[in-house]
Write a protein that binds this ligand. Structure first.
Ligand code: BGC
Length: 461
């Protein structure tokens, strides 16, 4: 329970990410009206968040190595809250833009530091499960924003759009206070030469919780972490592009490439538009269906916490790609051939798609991101992987209205289905199995020079 609590606190940054992803679709028209924004101003202001997130995620890994994972984790809610205060208080367009940029910076930091922090503090048997708390928090953030958007649209409450953002204060405050009680990660402490402190943290975290965990086991763990660091004397850049580590970096980036190219954020950001195109009914009905999507996203993420340690990362990922490809294919088929009488099946397929995404493509890139890099470059590797998430996210979301207009919804979804099939083939060939392996065992495999993809996978590929 104690380890869950730690992971849940560190994962709260995910809520801030998810909440902001979802809330904008509900309030953008109101913001445009209040600030009298034209299309260019709106586009610029909207683009500042992914831009800030992209930039900050690139540098956060180094920052985490420098000041520690914990200090960065503590900084996130402060920056986020400051941005929210600006949004709530401002009447000027430039301050609004500054706030969006700041939100982006804090969210970009959070997507690197939280999975890293959780992976480095938890034992291997439950690491996958606990890193999924981060994805769970993202989905809860998205769902909360959908509910607020729905209540706002149905005029059931009197919150202005400014105060809808204010809801983000609650998790930010919990995170800030909670993080005051969290320890620094043992891996970072070792990296900085604080071995005794690292042992104390390991004992504090695992004694009585991991079977037979004792002082001598903590000493052994710290020794193993120290060995990994001692062996690596090259600069971060040299290590990252080395023959041994390059496959890890490619994997981190490609997992997010396929996650985003599966079209998830087209559903997350444009769910009402998609349901509308699929002729689901009134505006309120589409918003309600959107809340349904958000709820299923949360529920299936909870299920994935169970499966990730039983099935393993690789089978779960393969299953997810198959399920998302099939459901997207059906939507594409029904829409392309204009089978209006079957539009309810297409709507169901949106839910099937979300279910498969939420149990695999959603959480697994975050789970594997901090697992697949040696300690010396874990921060930077995670940074590049998370930055690619933002890059591909922005490209897919920006391309959607253009694709919708030029080729229509059927072929657009067919493209996402094709990327899911490619994701399946990629995973079959390149994704290793990291289930129940300690971070040091994974690192030893990388350093051994054996092909990375053979890690934890029995059959020869
Ligand atoms: C993705 C987000 C997406 C969310 C949906 C995350 O793993 O990175 O882009 O919006 O899942 O649940």
């Amino acid at each position: 329970m104690f380890m869950y609590l730690i992971a849940m606190i560190a994962a709260l940054t995910g809520f801030l990410f998810g909440f902001d992803e979802g809330i904008m679709s509900g309030v953008i028209e109101l913001i445009k009206k209040d600030f009298s924004l034209d299309t260019h101003q709106t586009g610029f202001m909207m683009g500042l968040l992914p831009f800030g997130a992209l930039l900050s995620s690139i540098v956060t890994g180094r920052f985490c190595d420098w000041v520690g994972r914990l200090q960065v984790l503590r900084l996130v809610p402060l920056l986020f809250s400051f941005a929210i205060v600006l949004i709530i208080g401002t009447t000027s367009y430039s301050a609004l833009c500054a706030a969006r940029l700041l939100l982006g910076i804090s969210i970009g930091m959070s997507v690197v530091v939280s999975p890293l922090y959780i992976a480095e503090t938890t034992p291997s048997e439950v690491r996958g499960k606990l890193v999924i708390c981060f994805q769970l928090a993202i989905t809860i953030g998205i769902l909360s924003s959908y509910v607020l958007n729905f209540l706002h649209a149905s005029n059931d409450f009197g919150l202005s759009w400014r105060w809808m953002f204010g809801v983000g204060f609650i998790p930010a405050a919990i995170l800030f206070v909670g993080a005051l009680f969290l320890p620094e990660t043992p891996r970072w402490l070792c990296m900085k030469g604080h071995k005794e402190k690292a042992e104390q943290v390991l004992l504090h975290l695992y004694k009585g919780r991991v079977s037979k965990y004792s002082q001598s086991r903590a000493e052994k763990d710290v020794h193993e972490i120290g060995e990994a660091i001692r062996q690596e004397k090259r600069s971060i850049w040299k290590i990252l592009v080395s023959k041994k580590v390059m496959p890890c970096l490619s994997l981190g980036v490609m997992l997010f490439f396929f996650q985003q190219l599966s079209g998830i954020n087209v559903i997350i950001y444009y769910a009402p538009t998609v349901f509308n195109k699929l002729q689901l009914g009134s505006h309120l009905a589409t918003l309600l269906a959107t809340v349904g999507v958000g709820t299923l996203n949360v529920l299936m993420t909870i299920f994935s916490m169970r499966w990730v340690e039983r099935m393993g990362r690789r089978p779960l990922l393969l299953l997810g790609f198959l399920g998302t490809a099939a459901s997207l294919g059906v939507i594409a088929f029904i829409s392309y051939f204009g089978l209006d009488q079957l539009s309810w099946i297409a709507a169901i397929c949106v839910f099937v798609y979300i279910a498969f995404f939420a149990m695999s493509l959603g959480p697994l890139p975050w789970v594997m991101m901090p697992e697949i890099f040696p300690l010396a470059v874990r921060g930077q590797g995670a940074s590049f992987s998370a930055a690619s998430n933002w890059l591909f996210n922005t490209l897919v979301v920006a391309a959607f209205p253009i694709m919708l207009h030029s080729i229509g919804i059927g072929p657009t979804f067919a493209c996402y289905a094709i990327f899911c099939i490619l994701g399946y083939l990629f995973s079959l060939r390149y994704v290793p199995e990291t289930k129940h392996l300690s971070l040091e065992e994974i690192e030893a495999h990388i350093q051994s020079g054996k092909p990375f993809r053979t890690l934890g996978v029995r059959s020869k590929m």
